[in-house]
Design a protein. Structure first.
Length: 252
């Protein structure tokens, strides 16, 4: 890793106001390559057993493929795409025994030892890249309301309160192969922050609000603050919440 920063990180998960937890989140350190990290969020859907089985399968697939990944020689975008494709197949197979059809979103970022960062996502779990409190880039949801935003028919703010905001155009476990959108950051720098989270978190914040919290607070404090504030703003009807934060803090 660059000598200019140290990495601090946190994960958080909360049931929200739902009866059961279907989200899953993980931050994995590579078993052989120091400074290689995989952050991943999966928002499972499809009944109590279906949604949890789906997000569990995402985590299991990601862990297995990440442990086999060799940062020096393997292609990171291909590995992330493979996680999505293999998890999709396994989830479709588990549908046979699930109460309802299991589906899941997936949002994952991979940091290589040299500081390059690769993303991949399908569905409406998001990844944000901040530099200090300024948003550099975020994923664009594979959702029905996002298609309306893209057409200029509604605004981002209107999308958040749209009655069909939960309809996904792509995710894992459906008949169609999932859409995969990828992104590349050639070199992470001091003051960079990565956040991956489910819609139970991002739904309740503007990008500026999240940037302020992430830049001022430590990852652990930011995790607790965002969950607590999202719970408050949900007013008793909140979804499951999950997030992973990685912060590159300048040395000295």
């Amino acid at each position: 890793m660059s000598k200019g920063y140290r990495i601090t990180a946190s994960t958080g998960i909360h049931k929200g106001d739902r009866d059961y937890q279907q989200d899953q989140v993980n931050l994995l350190s590579h078993p052989r390559a120091s400074g290689c990290l995989l952050g991943i969020v999966a928002d499972g859907m499809g009944g109590r057993s279906g949604g949890r089985k789906a997000s569990d399968q995402v985590m299991l697939t990601a862990k297995q493929l990440f442990e086999r990944y060799a940062p020096a020689t393997d292609d990171a975008p291909s590995m992330l795409k493979q996680i999505i494709e293999e998890a999709h197949i396994v989830i479709k197979l588990t549908a046979i025994s699930a109460e309802q059809e299991p589906h899941s979103t997936l949002a994952a970022f991979l940091i290589n030892p040299g500081g390059a960062c690769h993303w991949a996502h399908t569905g409406d779990s998001r990844i944000y890249h901040y530099r200090g409190n300024k948003l550099v880039h975020r994923t664009v949801d594979h959702s029905y309301v996002q298609t309306l935003v893209d057409k200029g028919e509604i605004t981002e703010e209107e999308a958040n309160i749209h009655p069909q905001s939960n309809i996904l155009m792509s995710c894992l476990g459906t008949e169609e192969a999932p859409s995969v959108t990828q992104h590349f950051i050639p070199q992470l720098r001091p003051d960079d922050i990565l956040l991956a989270c489910s819609d139970g978190v991002w739904h309740y914040f503007t990008a500026n609000e999240m940037g302020s919290a992430l830049s001022i607070l430590s990852p652990r404090e930011a995790t607790e603050f965002l969950i607590k504030k999202a719970r408050s703003r949900a007013r008793g009807v909140g979804d499951n919440l999950s997030l992973v934060i990685v912060k590159l803090e300048p040395l000295g």
